[in-house]
Write a protein that binds this ligand. Structure first.
Ligand code: ADP
Length: 404
């Protein structure tokens, strides 16, 4: 029998489970879906059998991740794609925090689970949900390889000068405080795809990747290796995001506590959930913000300007970190769709060899494309990210390697 070629990718959030089943012979999707509001009365499973274009929905309480995964397995079985299929090669799991320990995709065993559990203090929101997904999938198919693909792994190549904060290293090490970075799967995929778009080997090119979704991060990638990224110990550092503040003077926190009378938890919620674009103008969707800017709304304009100012500072900073830049790549919901953001982010950077062609920037499309003028010294690109495909590719490569 030929070896199995399908990979199920699972992305478990605190109350959601996203999944995709891919066939790695041609990287095609066979099924995709999402379970939302797990643990509530109004849970919903939306499943699409891609081959048939058939979409089904289940509404009603789904108690926990185990029940969610069982419901997903049921839907896959209805399409003849069940977890018991001999064509399933592995399950690839997105795991947010791999600390310094996990530098590459890892076959999951009890020891790996223990280590992911030990990282919960630095990833209290994400790792518990990821662990639940891993444990549940293992209980359903104990014989199947389960691979953890870490959001932090791509950033473990950062030099100490970029990865450390300027605090006493003994205190930092005791509490595992360092800059880990996130969205690594996306930065890895997009930097490689950008090299491909330029017709070059990733080892030859230096790329600044701007992953601008609801969460947002920038990275400096030198010859395929990450040398700096904007998120730090947690995803709060760096760019202005949908609801996160990004960089601020840490003394703002003491001030809010001492003078503002806020508790640590209240400040945590303020900075992670009620700041960024949303905190500035009450909206975190870039489409709505642009609509308001065009209608002359001052708060939306200020939010947009702060967002762009920060982005520009990071482009400049990573230009300096890399010394030579071949391309700047925009990706994720905002980066792929919001032409005004791309235009504003590189406006005035002609001195650095950066420019956007207005005509090319306005063209909408699904594939990777260049939007800089033909003779530009530094290429500006839109490169759609595909984290599920990257997780599936890494998972399949590991399983294939182990089977030979
Ligand atoms: P995440 O994965 O971080 O939740 P995405 O990468 O899907 O986020 O990005 C979601 C964001 O992308 C939305 O909040 C919105 O601001 C932005 N977005 C999506 N489509 C468009 C569009 N057509 N124009 C401008 N912004 C868009």
């Amino acid at each position: 029998m030929s070896s199995p070629t399908r990979v199920l990718v699972l992305n478990s959030g605190s109350s959601s489970l996203k999944y995709q089943l891919l066939d790695m012979r041609d990287s095609s999707r066979l099924a995709v879906g999402l379970v939302e509001r797990i643990g509530e009365q109004t849970s919903r499973l939306k499943h699409t059998h891609v081959t048939d274009g058939d979409t089904r929905e289940q509404n009603g309480p789904i108690a926990d991740h185990e029940a969610a995964l069982k419901a997903v397995a049921g839907e896959l079985s209805r399409d003849g794609l069940g977890l018991d299929s001999p064509e399933l090669a592995a399950i690839g799991h997105r795991v947010v925090h791999g600390g310094m320990f996990f530098t590459e995709p890892t076959l999951v065993d009890d020891e790996v689970l223990t280590e992911i559990e030990r990282l919960i203090p630095v990833a209290p929101l994400h790792n518990p949900a990821n662990l639940t997904g891993l444990r549940t999938a293992r209980s359903l198919r104990p014989d199947l390889p389960q691979v953890a693909v870490f959001d932090t792994a791509f950033h473990t190549t950062m030099p100490e000068s970029a990865a450390r904060y300027a605090i006493d290293p003994r205190i930092a090490d005791r509490h595992r405080i360092r800059r880990y970075g996130f969205h690594g799967t996306s930065h890895a995929y997009v930097s490689r795809e950008t090299a491909r778009l330029l017709g070059k080997d990733p080892a030859e090119v230096n790329v600044i990747v701007l992953h601008l979704g609801n969460g947002a991060s920038a990275s400096a990638v030198e010859g395929g290796r990450c040398v700096d990224t904007s998120m730090g110990l947690t995803p709060l550092e760096g760019l202005v995001m949908g609801t996160r503040s990004g960089d601020l003077d840490p003394a703002v926190i003491f001030h809010l506590e001492r003078v503002g009378g806020m508790s640590t938890d209240e400040i945590d919620t303020l900075l992670n959930k009620r700041s960024g674009l949303f905190g500035l103008c009450g909206d975190n969707d870039m489409r709505e913000i642009r609509r308001r800017v065009d209608a002359g709304d001052e708060a939306a304009k200020l939010a947009f300007d702060i967002y762009i100012h920060r982005l520009k500072k990071y482009i400049g900073a990573y230009y300096a970190v890399l010394g030579r830049v071949d391309a700047v790549a925009f990706t994720a919901g905002v980066g792929e769709n919001a032409a005004p953001v791309r235009e504003a982010a590189v406006a005035g950077l002609e001195g650095l060899g950066l420019a956007v062609d207005a005509g090319l920037n306005a063209v909408r499309g699904d594939g990777p494309r260049l939007i800089s003028p033909e003779d530009a010294r530094v290429k500006v690109a839109v490169v759609p990210t595909d984290e599920e495909l990257e997780i599936a590719t890494q998972t399949y490569a590991l399983v294939e390697k182990n089977s030979h």
